[in-house]
Design a protein around this ligand. Sequence first.
Ligand code: ZN
Length: 133
Amino acid sequence: MVKSVDHIGIAVADLEEALKLYTETFGLELQGTEVVEEQKVKVAFLPIGDTEIELLESTDPEGPIAKFIEKRGQGIQHIALRVDDIDAALDKMRAEGIRLIDEKPRYGAGGARIAFLHPKATGGVLIELCERK
Ligand code: ZN
């Protein structure tokens, strides 16, 4: 069902500052940025091979990324697993009793269809299922 690690989401307090590390020090290329209003976040995309790092900076003190940093500090916030058919993947999760955050896929950065599983059902890891066309 899972094809690859689509991306790793990292919560950062200051996107410009974080980008210096990933572009200047690690030599990754910034592919672009996007504000996802629904999630109150600005995302920067840094591809590495078949996957990518997404740096996430909150655009709102009440947003999920701001709250994450408040509670746990900066760091890895979620891992996204790529699936071919997110509707079928969600049906499978439901059938296996996995608690979902998103009952239906929603819009994700880069035009993906995404849905989060509840970390209580996945050993404390926030897992995002991600379908790309
Ligand atoms: Zn993500």
